[in-house]
Ligand binder design. Structure first.
Ligand SMILES: [Zn+2]
Length: 155
């Protein structure tokens, strides 16, 4: 399948998401000409605010391949990824993002993608969402355990 085919599949999934009561978003993760995993938005029907199409597609691809590492893959998404999905894409080591609708298109129909991008770019003290630090001296112990673990799997 070529990249127009991958994007058309993502767009078809976005329409399916709407029909199922989710948001209008679809995504496929592809590598070497084939789809590794696909997803459509299921936030409302799945009662899961993290069930964005890209996250669902990444979970599907990782489950199918039995790995947390999608190096060399490309994600085709019907809309520019929100900051959460962009983070998931980075963590999955996906190599490229191809999108159709953009954050302005999403904002025009009432989605917060653009607003969250603006929020993330503000200095921490100026953000609407408070972040406070607590019990760091106790939490650091898990970091020490990880750092000293000889058989850890870095990611
Ligand atoms: Zn997202």
């Amino acid at each position: 399948m070529d990249e127009a085919g991958f994007m058309r599949r993502a767009i078809a999934l976005s329409r399916q998401g709407v029909q199922e009561g989710g948001g209008p978003f679809g995504a496929v993760v592809a590598r070497d000409g084939r789809i590794l995993g696909e997803g459509r938005n299921a936030v409302v029907p799945g009662r899961d605010p993290t069930a964005h199409a890209e996250v669902v597609a990444i979970r599907a691809a990782c489950g199918a391949l039995g790995t947390h590492d999608l190096s060399g893959a490309v994600i085709y998404t019907s809309c520019e990824p929100c900051p959460m999905c962009l983070g998931a894409i980075w963590w999955a080591r996906i190599g490229e993002v191809v999108y159709a609708n953009d954050r302005a298109d999403a904002a025009a129909i009432g989605f917060d993608d653009a607003a969250i991008y603006e929020e993330v770019c503000r200095p921490m003290a100026e953000r609407a969402l408070p972040l406070r630090r607590l019990l760091a001296a106790e939490a650091i112990e898990a970091f020490r355990l990880w750092a000293g673990k000889p058989d850890k799997v870095p990611y």
